[in-house]
Structure formats: C-alpha cells, structure tokens
Design a protein around this ligand. Structure first.
Ligand code: SAM
Length: 244
C-alpha cells in the first residue's frame, strides 16, 4: 500500500518511518511510504509556502499552489491515488472503522497543514476528504498523518507479527482490551491476579472476557450498543449490570 505524505517538515516524518512496525512493513514490501517536501513545489527559489491571510488577522496561511503541484506531480510519478486526505481538526474523526476502510485502499496521499491552516481551495479542489485525529488542535498535520499511517498499517495483513493481537485490540469488536500483566508476579505487594498464573486456560479466557466487558461497561458503555458480543459475553454483561 502506498502512502505519500506532503509536508514542510519531511525529516520529522522520515524519523517515524525509520522505526518500528511501519519500518518493518516497508522492508517487507507491504507498505510503500514516501515523504515529499512541500517547499520543492513552491514557485520561488526560497521555497515560499505561506502568505498573509486575506481579510487580515494573525498568522499565516499555506498557499494552495504548492499543494496543487505536489499532488499533480505525485499523480505522474506514483500513480493516481485512491484518496487525497487533508489533515484537519475539522475533518471526519479517525476511528477504528475508518482505519479499516482506508486499509482497503491501495494508495493514499496525506497533506499536512501548518500555521492557520491551508487555503480553503485545496480542500475544495484537491482533497477527496478531511481527517481529524481528535477534537483538539496540534501545530501541524505531521503527527496526525503519522497516526493515520500507523493506524491504517496495523490493519494490513502481515504488518503486526501476531494477527491475533490486532484482532483483540480495543475498538476492533467495539470492546476495550483486557488488562495485561507480565513478570514479576508480585511488585512490592501488587500481585498479578491469581487466575493468570493458575495455568487454567478456560478460567484465564473467561477472566479476560469478563475484564474486557467490565472495562468497556465502566469506561465506554456506548461502545457496547454496537458490539457483536458472543453468548458468553452477553451473559457476563447481564451479570455485571445485575450486580450494580
Ligand atoms: N486554525 C485551524 C483550526 O482551528 O481549524 C488549525 C490549524 S493547525 C494549528 C495547523 C494544521 O495542523 C492543520 O492545517 C492540520 O493540518 C493540522 N492539525 C491540527 N490539529 C489537527 C487534528 N486534530 N487532526 C488533524 N490535523 C490537525
């Protein structure tokens, strides 16, 4: 799957792509990420990509032409993308379902804004959608773009070594994950639940299911309305609700 990230801070994104799950996926040919310096698409030699806002006021606005040229050139060099995504706090929220949907595409371009944002005509004429990583504002689209790459990449077969661990991640079945423990069994009196060291796999499985349902009920009860619970989980939920 191809990702093209257009940014004025390419080194920030290069560092991310050089490590961890995403780097391994690129080595294995599952991901084909590329970072593009927006300044290369500026009209002048200084690489100007921003200008003062029409109507006055503080801050700078990112000029539209460098983004237009960048996407045109990417189209020629890397092929026609399935989506051109503008990173924006005003966009559709990135959720697990959205990450799965994007993971079915073959080629995504991510446009990173800075300053007050990008000239509106890029949203209207170049982008096919806008994506937000949450209801808060960070200073640039680079971190949001990296979040998108990582969340989408995790959904591609072979990117995370153990497919089972992705299947039981929080939100995949509209449930939160159960709590995890490792050695030591006793941390200055804080003990790992006995069941996890009992060796009784049926009991461990049941404890994990119960913990996941309880956590979801306590922290994100609205998720349970859409969760495809199995019979055992439904019984656990009835029991937990009954014991309130
Ligand atoms: N003035 C803009 C607003 O309030 O909607 C925010 C501009 S922000 C400082 C600069 C850039 O960071 C945006 O153009 C966008 O690319 C990125 N950005 C900031 N917060 C984001 C978020 N929650 N999700 C996605 N991108 C975000």
């Amino acid at each position: 799957m191809k990702f093209d990230i257009v940014t004025i801070f390419p080194r920030m994104v290069d560092a991310f792509l050089a490590e961890g799950v995403v780097a391994r996926a690129a080595e294995r040919g599952i991901l084909d990420p590329a970072v593009h310096d927006l300044r290369r698409f500026a009209a002048d030699r200084r690489g100007t990509v921003d200008d003062v806002p029409y109507g006055g006021g503080p801050g700078m606005v990112m000029k539209p032409e460098p983004f237009v040229r960048a996407v045109e050139q990417l189209r020629e060099q890397r092929g026609s993308p399935d989506a051109v995504v503008l990173m924006s706090p005003q966009g559709t929220a990135l959720t697990h379902a959205k990450a799965v949907q994007l993971s079915r595409l073959k080629h995504i371009v991510l446009l990173c804004g800075r300053y007050e944002g990008i000239d509106e005509r890029v949203r209207e004429q170049v982008a096919t959608e806008e994506l937000s990583i949450g209801d808060y504002v960070v200073s640039g689209g680079e971190l949001p773009a990296m979040v998108v790459v990582e969340a989408v990449a995790r959904q591609l077969p072979g990117v995370v070594g153990d497919a089972e661990s992705v299947r039981r991640d929080s939100f995949v079945r509209n449930l939160l994950d159960w709590p995890h423990y490792t050695r030591p069994a006793d941390l200055d009196g804080a003990r790992v639940p006995d069941v996890l060291i009992s060796g009784n796999h049926a009991e461990i499985r049941r404890w994990r299911k119960r913990s996941a349902v309880r956590r979801t009920l306590e922290r994100r009860p609205e998720l349970l309305e859409q969760s495809p619970l199995d019979e055992e989980e439904r019984e656990i939920l009835r029991d937990l609700r009954g014991s309130d």
